[in-house]
Design a protein around this ligand. Structure first.
Ligand SMILES: [Zn+2]
Ligand SMILES: [Zn+2]
Length: 248
């Protein structure tokens, strides 16, 4: 753990300043494999080799939720989704090196890990249109404890690369939700239902941004709030996608 990660938890306001200090604290070693990073890689936190190990989601995928599928079969993952989220796409599988990148961004305070993740997400279909990016908000308590929102870091890095505007003022999390990891997909939908509210979004085309797609429950709940506030279309992109075993 970098020495300043523990300060972040007690002094959240330092997060912005420290993201600049990262460059100075980490001269030329990859965050994931600790091998030296060459000058060619422009002070990236994650080396080219580690990025090459990230396994892209194979196509074809379900038109709606992005789960790899055989053409013509009904998708088991999104059949029960509530209305609202039109389409979700993810860049890579959540495994090994990609999982460590998420961990470094989310729990170890390495905000600039978001830049390599945004690079991996650039070709995702929802980003090819003129849209606003909406980072999935954390609850107030969780954000204060972490000092920043990892989804906002990814959205900001994406916006800098694509020119899409990032709106952090529209969507709010109005209810803290218990952690989802131990829940079934059905329980996850119930857990996050009504957890978000949105300011007026009339006619807007929006793309939610998050670090990980697991069952889509959080994204679907956030999309429902934006649609209820008048949005024209809501889609989602995430860096990684959890490997979900679906019984066939
Ligand atoms: Zn590396
Ligand atoms: Zn699907």
């Amino acid at each position: 753990m970098p020495p300043f990660a523990s300060w972040l938890r007690v002094t959240p306001g330092l997060a912005e300043v420290l993201s600049d200090v990262e460059r100075w604290l980490l001269p030329g070693a990859c965050l994931l494999c600790t091998e030296p990073i060459s000058a060619r890689e422009n002070d990236a936190l994650i080396c080219d080799l580690c990025r090459l190990r990230w396994r892209a989601i194979p196509h074809p995928v379900c038109q709606r939720c992005g789960q790899p599928s055989f053409r013509g079969l009904e998708c088991r993952l999104c059949a029960e989704w509530p209305q609202g989220l039109a389409r979700a796409r993810s860049a890579v599988w959540l495994e090994e090196s990609a999982r460590s990148a998420v961990h470094q961004l989310k729990y170890e305070g390495w905000g600039r890990a978001a830049e390599a993740m945004a690079d991996a997400m650039l070709g995702l279909e929802p980003l090819t249109r003129q849209v606003c990016l909406i980072p999935v908000p954390l609850g107030g308590r969780r954000q204060r404890a972490r000092g920043y929102n990892q989804s906002e870091r990814i959205a900001t890095a994406l916006g800098a690369r694509t020119g899409h505007a990032v709106r952090t003022d529209l969507l709010k999390r109005v209810r803290e939700t218990p952690t989802q990891t131990a829940l079934t997909p059905e329980a996850r939908h119930a857990n996050v239902a009504g957890a978000f509210c949105s300011g007026a979004a009339a006619g807007m085309e929006l793309v939610l941004v998050d670090d990980v797609f697991t069952t889509g429950a959080t994204l679907a709940a956030a999309a429902a709030a934006l649609m209820a506030a008048g949005a024209k279309r809501v889609e989602a992109v995430t860096f990684a996608r959890a490997v979900v075993e679906l019984d066939v």
